[in-house]
Design a protein around this ligand. Structure first.
Ligand code: ATP
Ligand code: MG
Ligand code: MG
Ligand code: MG
Length: 439
């Protein structure tokens, strides 16, 4: 992409409405525009990152054997009357009437709808296990939408639902989700710690929230510092193996790590004092086993091996896809701007032309731009007629992992400069070597 042909409305001034750094940087880099409280347009660069995050989520769900689909944003109220949640959900639910005065709602989550799909089409235990998910916009009429896309009212969520014959099978699905989420967040350059969360009215041990530590996080968390040494990394995992998935769950959840809702001072006191930490975190996901809470009232049953009909055991598992943009920026920035992790960056590399209009510099940039595209990279070429300082400031703000600077002086010796956004270190080399180095 050439910057002169792109749409990236960078702001010069800090927007006053932004209270936290990720919101400020997303506005300044021209990634989003607020349309109403908690409702945003995704401008091209924000949209690109949102797409990259979705791609990683899809890839990791596919690896775990979970199946993608798409449910609508609008749902009939009657489904929610069946589960009893139409009245319980309260003011966070946006209720809508159509021209026939039928009650609809903009879905805040999809347990009811997926249960309805399941009961319409699945009859036998032989069709289990089954995990379906989608990535779809949700609406929650949050009392205090704030921090940009972190707490929106309309926001993008991945939500998945498992259907299993027994509680044991459903807990295996729970563990599969835990593993796939660890991988998902790590690929985005994030450490998201599974923490024991509040089971709400359902109770029990079977819910974990994934938290990214950040001062601006809305959750208060308490943990054993040893947990921050854990990394899933690139190890192999067989998602069908109950033992392997259980072992990962145990590894990642045996140390103390809780949100304030389940925090237990007495248990926390057993953690050696020098390892006790209290901090703030951003909830980027949650997994939940809830058994037959929806399958029973809504009649989602299967015929079991003995011929008797039984309600299926279910769980739901969510990732805050649009919130993740904010979380990633909170975790990865400096005072000049964003520092995108390679996995989600909107462009791989930026080309800065130090002397736009100079025939040989322009043609070197064009050749480099073409070569990068040929090699499968997605470069952003700053071809504006601007001072070097302004071009560098823009590149630093938008945070591409690599910058290649091209100027007449270097070119005289067949050299360009390759700069890492994260470390700030620059190395001179030939354009060919710079392309090779990016691979
Ligand atoms: P929170 O405690 O932040 O209100 P939640 O527990 O109500 O979130 P879940 O129902 O667990 O949210 O939804 C799954 C994920 O969706 C959350 O972990 C979070 O990352 C994301 N999410 C929830 N509410 C919002 C929101 N208003 N804006 C953006 N993302 C959200
Ligand atoms: Mg909430
Ligand atoms: Mg929560
Ligand atoms: Mg939650």
């Amino acid at each position: 992409m050439r910057l002169t042909r792109y749409f990236m409305p960078v702001l010069k001034e800090d927007p006053k409405e932004a209270q936290i750094v990720s919101h400020r940087l997303m506005l300044r880099a021209g990634m989003i525009k607020q349309q109403a409280a908690g409702i945003y347009s995704w401008l091209p660069m924000g949209f690109k990152v949102l797409g990259n995050i979705q791609r990683i989520v899809h890839e990791e769900q596919a690896r775990a054997g979970h199946i993608a689909m798409l449910m609508p944003t609008l749902q009939p109220a009657d489904l929610w009357r069946e589960s009893g949640r139409y009245d319980d959900y309260g003011e966070e639910m946006l209720r809508i009437n159509d021209r026939h005065k039928r009650d609809l709602l903009y879905g805040p989550t999809n347990e009811e709808m997926i249960t309805d799909i399941f009961r319409s089409h699945v009859n036998s235990y032989k069709d289990l296990p089954l995990t379906l998910y989608h990535i779809q916009w949700k609406f929650r009429d949050e009392i205090r939408p704030r921090f940009g896309v972190m707490r929106g009212r309309e926001f993008l969520m991945k939500d998945g639902y498992n259907f299993d014959l027994t509680k044991e099978d459903a807990l295996h699905a729970y563990n599969r989700h835990l593993v796939s989420y660890l991988r998902t967040y790590e690929r985005m350059g994030l450490q998201a710690i599974p923490m024991r969360a509040d089971g709400g009215p359902i109770g029990g041990d079977y819910t974990h929230e994934f938290l990214v530590l950040a001062e601006t996080g809305e959750s208060e968390v308490f943990y054993d510092s040893e947990i921050t040494d854990l990394k899933f990394g690139t190890r192999a995992i067989d998602y069908d193996s109950v033992e392997e998935c259980q072992a990962v769950l145990e590894e990642f959840t045996s140390r103390y790590a809780r949100t304030d809702e389940t925090h237990d001072e007495a248990l926390f006191a057993q953690v050696p004092e020098e390892r006790r930490r209290s901090a703030r975190g951003i909830e980027v996901g949650q997994i939940f086993y809830f058994g037959t809470k929806y399958s029973e009232p809504m009649g989602a049953t299967v015929v079991g091996p003995d011929g008797a009909r039984v309600p299926v055991h279910m769980g739901s598992h969510g990732i805050g896809v649009s919130r993740l943009l904010g979380a990633i920026i909170e975790a990865s920035h400096d005072d000049k701007g964003i520092i995108w992790p390679e996995g989600v960056t909107p462009f791989h590399v930026g080309i800065v032309n130090l002397k736009q209009g100079d025939a040989s510099t322009d043609s070197a940039c064009e050749a480099l731009y073409a070569e990068l595209k040929t090699q499968g990279f997605d470069p952003l070429y700053d071809d504006r007629d601007e001072r070097a300082g302004a071009k560098f400031a823009t590149m630093d703000l938008i945070g591409l992992p690599w910058r290649i600077t091209v100027g007449p002086r270097g070119l005289a010796a067949n050299k360009v400069e390759l700069t890492s956004r994260r470390t700030g270190t620059s190395v001179e080399m030939s354009p060919q070597d710079a392309v090779a180095r990016l691979k």
